[in-house]
Ligand binder design. Structure first.
Ligand code: TLP
Length: 349
C-alpha cells in the first residue's frame, strides 16, 4: 500500500526500534525516567524555550497550552481551518471554557491587522480575547508556512495588548526545512509551541509542549489531569530522540516529493492545484472537476493500492513522508490518472 493519508502513518525506523529496545527507563510521574528527561531537555533546547513537556499527542499539547494561556470565558483567535478548532473535539471549550473566534484566511496565515480588529478587552457584553493561536505549517491549507515577519508582528502586537500566543507547530520542522530558519527562531516570538514527534518526524508516539519553565511545570499537572501521566515512557521518548535528531535532515526530500505530486496532479484533467503553493509535505487539491465524488476516488485508489483521504466533497489531501519514496508518488499519480478517466472530467467541463 502507498499510504498518503497522513504523515502520522509512518512506521518506526530500525534506529528508533533499537533505541526503544535499549532505552533506560524509570517512573516518569516521579520524574525518574532518564530518557524522557533527556528528550524534554533536548526539545526545550531545539525550541529555544526554558522547558518542555512530553505529551502523548499534539491534541493534548494544544489543549494544555490553551489552558495555560487563558482563563474560562475567553476567546481564542485562530484561523477558520485551524486544527485546534476543527479537529480537537472542542477541547478548548471542554477543558478551558474558551470559544474560538475564527478568521477566514486564504492560506491559513493570520495577519496582525486581522487579529487587532478582533481582539477585545474586557467589556460588559462580549468574551474578552485570551490568546492567539497560529498553526505553522498550516495543515488544511496545504502545509503553508508563516513568514517570520508575520509571526513577529502578531506576537509583538499581542504582547503589547497583554495577550498570549501559542504556536501549533505540529510540523514546525517542515516550516524550518522550507524556510531555512531554525525551529528556535520560528518559535521565539510565541509564548508556547507544540510540535509533534509522530508526524513528519516519524516517531510512533508523542509531541512536545515547550515554553517558560513555570508554565511547563503547571502544564505537567494538567497533563496528569488529562490522564497523560505516563510511567516508563522512556521507550517512547527514545524513538522521539532519534526522530528529532535524524529526521529533520530528510524533510526536504518529502517536500520535493510533495511538489512532484502536485505537478503531476495539475496535469490530470479535472484536478485543480497550484503546484507553486506546495512548499512542504502537504498537497491539497480540488477534484470537483473530475465529476467523481471524492469518496469514490478514494475507494478506487484503494483498489489500486493507494490510500488518500477526502477532506470534503471537493478536496482531497496527500501527505508525503519517509515511508513513501519518489517511485511511490509516481505510482500514486498513475493510479489517480486511472481513477479519474479523462472522459469523466471532460463531461464536467
Ligand atoms: N493532524 C492529523 C489529523 O488530526 C488531521 C493529520 O493527519 O494531519 N495540530 C496539527 C496541525 C495537526 O495536523 C495535528 C494532527 C494535531 C495538531 C494533533 O495531533 P495528534 O493527532 O497527535 O493529536
Amino acid at each position: 500500500m502507498i499510504d498518503l493519508r497522513s504523515d502520522t502513518v509512518t512506521k518506526p525506523t530500525p534506529a528508533m526500534r533499537r533505541a526503544m529496545a535499549e532505552a533506560e527507563v524509570g517512573d516518569d510521574v516521579y520524574g525518574e525516567d532518564p530518557t524522557v528527561n533527556r528528550l524534554e531537555t533536548r526539545a526545550a533546547e531545539i525550541a529555544g524555550k526554558e522547558a518542555a513537556l512530553f505529551v502523548p499527542t499534539g491534541t493534548m499539547g494544544n489543549t494544555i497550552a490553551v489552558k495555560l494561556l487563558t482563563t474560562h470565558g475567553q476567546e481564542v483567535i485562530c484561523d477558520a481551518r485551524a486544527h485546534v478548532t476543527d479537529y480537537e473535539l472542542a477541547m478548548m471549550a471542554w477543558f478551558s471554557g474558551c470559544v474560538p473566534r475564527t478568521v477566514p484566511t486564504a492560506d491559513g496565515i493570520l495577519s496582525w491587522e486581522q487579529v487587532a480588529r478582533l481582539a477585545k478587552p474586557v467589556n460588559p457584553y462580549s468574551a474578552p480575547t485570551g490568546m492567539i493561536e497560529i498553526e505553522n505549517t498550516h495543515n488544511m491549507c496545504g502545509g503553508t508556512v508563516y513568514p517570520i515577519e508575520t509571526i513577529r508582528e502578531i506576537c509583538d502586537g499581542a504582547h503589547e495588548r497583554g495577550l498570549k500566543v501559542h504556536m501549533d507547530g505540529a510540523r514546525i520542522f517542515n516550516a524550518a526545512a522550507a524556510s531555512g530558519l531554525t525551529v528556535a527562531e520560528i518559535a521565539a516570538p510565541a509564548d508556547t509551541v507544540m510540535f509533534c514527534l509522530s508526524k513528519a518526524l516519524g516517531a510512533p508516539v508523542g509531541s512536545m509542549l515547550a515554553g517558560p519553565a513555570e508554565l511547563i511545570a503547571k502544564g505537567r499537572l494538567y497533563r496528569k489531569r488529562l490522564g497523560g501521566g505516563m510511567r516508563q515512557a522512556g521507550v517512547l521518548a527514545a524513538a522521539g530522540l532519534v526522530a528529532i535528531e535524524e529526521t529533520p535532515l530528510k524533510l526536504v526530500e518529502d517536500h520535493r516529493n510533495a511538489r512532484f505530486l502536485a505537478e503531476g496532479l495539475a496535469r490530470i484533467p479535472g484536478i485543480r492545484i497550484d503546484p507553486k503553493k506546495v512548499v512542504t509535505n502537504i498537497v491539497i487539491f480540488d477534484a470537483a472537476g473530475t465529476g467523481i465524488p471524492t469518496a469514490e476516488i478514494s475507494a478506487r485508489l484503494k483498489q489500486s493500492g493507494v490510500l488518500l483521504n477526502p477532506i470534503n466533497d471537493r478536496e482531497m489531501r496527500a501527505v508525503t513522508h519517509y515511508d513513501v519514496d519518489r517511485a511511490g508518488c509516481a505510482l500514486a499519480l498513475d493510479a489517480l490518472a486511472e481513477a479519474v478517466p479523462a472522459r469523466a472530467a471532460a463531461s464536467q467541463l
